[in-house]
Design a protein around this ligand. Structure first.
Ligand code: 3HC
Ligand code: NAI
Length: 703
């Protein structure tokens, strides 16, 4: 047997161990080895049952994602065929599922007649997150095992399921007492099956999955769910495959599933989502940091400022079981901050996402103080006070004097220079930017801003800490706006200008949400606050605003006190949460256009798409060239997790690649040449984009 599986026969049982670290991904070599092992066990008359397990304690994380889109994906033995072969073996097969069985890993377990887990086992069909559907029998076998509704829920959510729930549903037949006892319990189970003359496969609880389903089940399901799917293909394909499970016998259902899977695998959306999967893993790999970089322990955290961001940031740590002390200037601000946190948890409690005990446990990890001396034992301090350099520098001076040596001092600034903040301390190597996004307890993006002197240890520790609290940390260098907000700036600028030229906010937003972005520019500004946006712009006007029309509409709305949703008026009007177009904004745009000598005309949607998106992309490419972003994939993660860019488009950089870098460049050049002085001022292609196109490259990389 080759080294990818272990094989031994013990007491009438063939024990087949999957041994392809780290996650036993079912690439072609492992499939071949597994098939060979199963054939051997089938052919051996001394073997009466087979146990399949993971030699390193983990069962299997599914198909090998690196094979998708290449011939290796279906190279013989292909996974669906291998699993059909396993179901034909006339001996009981027991899957001993340690830690996890995901995707093809769970499908492998479903091809076994019997399944045993351990208390920490998680099972799931997360293919949808990769723009795929289960393609090795999952869409046909799972509905026959647990019924259509539970199966659909599992495949459409893609979420992993805990062992107890899997046991309730019948995905697991039993649980071993512990992970250590799993293999032994699996062998005991196999012996019981032999002793009881159990069939190779027990009968299916939902052999006819359509039976008992309401006649309009699929119609209703689709009606309820489709709006959430937007233009995503994978949920629709999952849905078709499950319908096939209800309409067709198993064999034909499997054929249908395979055809749908191949359609999904070949889709641009799946290619994009696979890119995102690997980008997330790449983001943690930073030059100068390796597994030998020492990490500092983070057992206690302090947050300065218990406002919107400070409160949300503190919750992340309490959620992860790490005690946090919040520091404010005055008692009432502190009380308000803590009360707001409790209120936010209470909403989760009401929604059933938290128990009363969990709420109290998390609150017990949060304490407040007005004294810097109480921060002396904190391992990590995150400052989230007002966005003003002098205030932040004063805070850092205080921290420098009270914090213990080795404490990490972080700022949540969104626009200030982290180097200037670090410079007021005697320990700039311990200072870093940790830019959370609002609401900080929800948003997954964490921009980790490496300042000039930030040490490798501090960077490595904060990256690890970010993952511990469930964030996707992405490293950025220091510049105005870091990666995300710096790209937002030209994108929002074009949106503003297009309205001056004749588009409406609703038209601009419609083009962007038509691409599946969560929100258009103007809805986002109304939500975030036109005042907040104005103040940052105003503080940096000299550096960023080089013409009179620059975000003028936003400036005017600010001066009119139209701050967005909070004042029920901004780029739109609001009645409660309902948004309406506002003719006054159109009239204001007409007036401003007249004053600024901007000629108005009907604007095509294609122009909105090109100007907003190409400027966004251009800035991202420039950031890569400057070394602010380490990789194009990092930029994609920032926009997907912080700004609602659809993951199934892969992020703005991947979108540009799929669109064609030459076309993006040609588009920028077109507007440079056709928009007069404005075009010449703003539509300058990033030099890296020009170099990439000149070199015939189709992917965005440093050159
Ligand atoms: N294929 C190939 N590589 C995989 C993989 C897979 N299915 N799952 C994980 N890996 C790799 C990762 O890329 C990473 O590689 P690296 O060290 O070189 O960066 C390494 O394994 C470890 O992964 P993580 O860093 O993500 O480790 P974690 O412990 O944080 O997470 C995990 C482990 C929960 C298994 C997570 O990796 C994961 O969610 N994997 C994907 C699971 C999945 O989507 N399975 C379905 C695949 S599609 C399928 O099965 C189709 C079938 O229906 C036909
Ligand atoms: P906020 O106004 O809601 O909260 C600031 C809090 O800091 C207030 O409670 C104030 O009392 C307190 N504070 C001010 N000076 C202090 C001091 N010297 N010592 C202790 N406490 C002090 O502001 P918000 O929105 O929470 O922003 C905080 C920081 O986070 C800013 O730097 C902001 O740029 C940044 N940020 C804000 C985001 C947002 O969407 N609101 C997003 C990302 C970053």
């Amino acid at each position: 047997m080759n080294s990818l599986v272990t094989y031994q026969v013990q007491d009438s049982l063939a024990l087949i161990g999957l041994a392809r670290p780290p996650v036993n991904a079912l690439g072609q070599p492992l499939r071949a080895a597994l098939l060979q092992a199963c054939e051997q066990a089938d052919a051996d008359p001394s073997v009466r049952a087979i146990v399949i397990y993971g030699t390193n304690g983990l069962f299997c994380a599914g198909a090998d994602i690196t094979e998708f889109g290449s011939p290796a994906s279906f190279a013989a033995p292909d996974l669906p065929g291998l699993l059909v072969r396993l179901t034909a073996i006339d001996k009981p097969l027991v899957a001993a599922i340690g830690k996890l069985a995901l995707g093809g890993g769970l499908e492998l377990a479903l091809a076994c007649g019997y399944r045993i887990g351990e208390p920490k086992t998680r099972v799931g069909l997360p293919e949808i997150n990769l723009g795929l559907l289960p393609g090795a029998g999952g869409t046909q076998r799972l509905p026959r095992l647990v019924g259509v509704q539970a199966a659909l829920e599992m495949m459409i959510s893609g979420a992993p399921m805990a062992a107890n729930r899997a046991l309730e549903l019948g995905i697991l037949d039993r649980l071993a007492d512990s992970a250590e006892q799993l293999l032994q319990s699996a062998c005991g189970y196999a012996h019981e099956l032999i002793a009881n003359h159990a069939p190779a496969r027990p009968s299916e609880p939902f052999a006819d999955p359509a039976k008992g389903l309401p006649a309009d089940f699929f119609e209703r399901y689709c009606l309820e769910q489709e709006p959430r799917w937007k233009s995503r293909l994978a949920p629709r394909l999952v849905f078709s495959a499950v319908q096939a499970a209800c309409l067709l016998p198993l064999q034909q259902g499997l054929e249908r599933e395979l055809a749908l899977f191949k359609q999904a695998e070949a889709s641009r959306q799946s290619e994009a989502l696979r890119h995102v999967f690997f980008a997330e893993r790449e983001a943690g790999k930073i030059p100068g940091i390796d597994p030998s970089t020492a990490l500092r322990p983070i057992a206690k955290v302090a947050v300065i400022g218990a406002g919107t961001m400070g409160g949300g940031i503190a919750m992340n740590f309490a959620n992860a079981g790490i005690p946090v002390v919040l520091l404010e200037r005055q008692g009432d601000a502190l009380d308000r901050g803590l009360a707001h946190i409790r209120k936010t948890y209470a909403i989760s409690l009401k929604r059933g996402k938290l128990t009363e005990a969990q709420l109290e446990q998390r609150m017990s990890l949060l304490s407040g103080t007005l004294e810097y001396a109480d921060l002396a034992d904190a391992d990590l301090v995150i400052e989230a006070v007002f966005e003003q350099l002098s205030i932040k520098q004063e805070v850092f001076r205080q921290l420098d004097s009270v914090c213990k040596p080795g404490a990490i001092l972080a700022t949540n600034t969104s626009s200030l220079d982290v180097d200037q903040i670090a410079a007021v301390t005697a320990r700039p190597q311990d200072v870093i930017g940790l830019h959370f996004f609002s609401p900080a307890n929800v948003m997954r993006l964490l921009e980790v801003v490496k300042a000039r002197e930030t040490s490798a240890q501090v960077l490595a520790t904060t990256l690890k800490m970010g993952r511990t609290i469930g964030k996707i940390p992405v490293v950025s260098g220091v510049c105005f706006g870091f990666i995300g907000n710096r790209m937002l700036e030209p994108y929002a600028r074009e949106a503003h200008r297009l309205v001056l030229e004749g588009a409406t906010p609703a038209q601009v937003d419609g083009v962007l949400t038509g691409l599946d972005l969560n929100m258009g520019v103007f809805s986002m500004l109304d939500l975030a606050g036109i005042d907040v946006n104005f103040l940052v712009r105003d503080a940096n006007r000299a550096a960023i605003a080089h013409d009179d029309s620059y975000c003028r509409l936003g400036d005017e709305l600010y001066s009119l006190g139209r701050y967005g949703q909070k004042t029920a008026r901004g780029f739109y009007q609001y009645e409660g949460r309902e948004r309406h177009n506002d003719y006054e904004v159109v009239a204001l745009s007409e007036r401003l256009a007249g004053e600024l000598h901007v000629s108005r005309r009907p604007i095509e949607d294609a122009e909105i798409h090109a100007r907003c998106l190409f400027m966004l992309i251009n800035e991202g490419i420039q950031l890569l060239d400057e070394g602010i972003a380490l990789r194009a994939g990092d930029i994609d993660l920032v926009w997907i997790n912080g700004y609602g860019f659809p993951a199934h488009l892969g992020g703005p950089m991947f979108y540009a690649q799929q669109y064609g870098l030459d076309k993006v460049l040609a588009g920028i050049q077109h507007y440079r040449d056709t928009l007069g002085e404005y075009g010449r001022m703003w539509f300058t292609p990033a030099p890296l984009l020009e170099r990439l196109v000149a070199a015939g490259k189709t992917t965005i990389e440093r050159l």
